[in-house]
Design a protein around this ligand. Structure first.
Ligand code: BES
Ligand code: MN
Ligand code: ZN
Length: 496
């Protein structure tokens, strides 16, 4: 799909689908202009439709003409209070309305409601991401036609063209994350994740180290390795590195939880625990893979980016970890595994120790870590835990620029006592109330003091049953755009 800029007015543009964002009361008189252009009684027709111009309203009509076959009207609410997210939603709705036909989509929105360049880029991303569909597992894939060309209509500043070039690399990262998450657990295995990393390394010139089980044993990663004891699939500890050309002034590490399936182990997932969905338990790793793909293509200067994923499966057999086992992590901490279903933090513990040894300027981990986070924040907002105010505000800005919901949560240190073990240094789970907070406090034990670190719990946002805006139902690819924004911002401040 080609995305381009067009100075054509809606009166003059020709192509297949013309989509126009109409703020309430239509201050620019677009409806009248369309009445004249197409010689139709648009306003009369709209009176019979549930279209009042409020945000989310949509009306589509066939014109059966050569110069334009379909006109799509998108409500945007009050003209003075249009937010970038409404523009994203409108762009996604326009894309969906154009689905089923090829040709070109012309999109006119009230650009510059927030920031001209950012608005146009966000809309372009929304169009591509909304048109994503996954036919990999159909025996007879029947793709529905999509516009081959998207034209953003408006008077554009020269700087926009360059920014628009980031759209495809960023969306490719999001789509990689979606594909990894959506693929079933007999397809995306730890080995397959390692192969994906090798393909990225090969295509984009990244550095790759994969630690095999014996390497992890040598490094004393007893916490991580305990999780996959009951699985027939070998663990793969994946470390991918992007190095800029020129000097790296900052080193960042992205860590992702990579459970390609989480059965719960002997604390088996039963009842409402949605065991069948636990293929998405590698969502954190999918996001960091996706971000690495985008970063490798965008090639920011001044910043070195590492991705660390301790991939494995949480399964049951006679070798599986027992509830009650005590294991030792690679920093020497002993852990009493009082719940085998709190396995993500066990894998992240050794990943964070490894990440700390890289002596980075910051570590950010993403993980589908706790059901408690889903209860607290639902499926549109991820939880953010960090002791570092500056990192928190950087990530909050990155997420808000990306239109991804993120909310900082407390790290009350007195809750740490919930993790006290009678025998070992700590247990892996505390009491049920505040379960996402104790999970974050558990992780904190494995990050070297002094390294800014943040943990993002994406248990709710990794998947959308109904779909929303630019996310078709299923895997969302949440986190990729936040991470890319954050890394790019770090790069620009590292350069200065
Ligand atoms: N992968 C799950 C978390 C999860 C649950 C993600 C539901 C998405 C939806 C994680 O490994 C887990 O099982 N966590 C337990 C922790 C508990 C045992 C302290 C949970 O949240 O129930
Ligand atoms: Mn679990
Ligand atoms: Zn899990």
């Amino acid at each position: 799909m080609k995305i381009s800029l067009s100075p054509a007015t809606p009166e003059a543009w020709s192509g297949s689908v013309l989509a126009l964002g109409i703020p309430q009361d239509d201050p620019q008189g677009l409806l009248e202009a369309m009445e004249q252009r197409f010689n139709i009684q648009l306003k009369e027709w709209l009176k019979q439709k549930p279209f009042t111009g409020k945000s989310g309203d949509l009306a589509s009509l066939q014109l059966l003409r050569g110069d334009c076959t379909t006109l799509v009207l998108l409500g945007l609410g009050e003209a003075g209070s249009i937010e970038r997210d409404s523009l994203r939603m409108a762009a996604a709705a326009a894309a969906r309305a154009a689905q089923g036909q090829g040709g070109s989509l012309g999109l006119l929105l009230p650009w510059g409601s927030v920031d001209l360049i950012a608005d146009a880029t966000a809309a372009a991303e929304a169009v591509r991401l909304a048109l994503y569909s996954d036919l990999r597992f159909r025996s007879k894939p029947e793709p529905s036609p999509r516009p081959e060309q998207v034209e953003l209509l408006g008077q554009w500043p020269t700087g926009l063209k360059q920014t628009l070039e980031t759209v495809h690399p960023i969306c490719a990262g999001v789509e990689l994350a979606r594909e990894l998450v959506a693929a079933p657990p007999n397809s995306v295995t730890p080995e397959e994740l390692a192969r994906t990393a090798a393909a990225l390394a090969h295509e984009h010139g990244l550095e790759l180290t994969v630690l095999e089980q014996s390497d992890c044993e040598e490094r004393g990663m007893g916490s991580y390795l305990s999780v996959c004891q009951g699985s027939d699939m070998a663990p793969k500890f994946i470390h991918l590195t992007y190095r800029p050309s020129g000097v790296a002034k900052k080193r960042l590490v992205l860590v992702g939880k990579g459970l390609t399936f989480d059965s719960g182990g002997y604390n088996l997932k039963v009842g409402a625990a949605q065991i069948d969905m636990m293929k998405f338990d590698m969502g954190g790793s999918a996001s960091v893979f996706g971000a690495m793909r985008s970063i490798a293509e965008l090639r920011p200067a001044g910043v070195e980016v590492h991705m660390v994923v301790a991939a494995c499966e949480n399964m049951i057999n006679g070798s599986a970890v027992h509830p009650g086992d005590i294991v030792t992590a690679s920093n020497g901490t002993t852990i009493e595994i009082n719940n085998t279903d709190a396995e993500g933090r066990l894998t992240l513990a050794d990943a964070l120790v490894y990440a700390s040894k890289l002596k980075p300027d910051a570590i950010v981990d993403l993980a589908t870590l706790t059901g408690a986070c889903v209860v607290a924040l639902g499926d549109e907002i991820a939880g953010l835990w960090t002791p570092d105010d500056a990192l928190s505000s950087d990530l909050e800005t990155a997420a808000s620029d990306a239109g991804e919901g993120l909310w900082r949560m407390p790290m009350h240190s007195s809750y740490r006592k919930g993790l006290k073990s009678l025998l070992a240094d700590m247990k892996n789970t505390g009491p049920r109330p505040g379960g996402s907070i104790t999970a974050a406090l558990f992780l904190k034990e494995f990050v070297d003091a002094g390294i800014p670190w943040a943990h993002i719990d994406i248990a709710g946002t990794v998947w959308s049953d109904k779909g929303r805006g630019m996310n078709p139902s299923g895997a969302t690819g949440y986190g990729v755009r936040t991470l890319v924004n954050w890394v790019m911002k770090q790069a620009s401040t590292a350069e200065a």
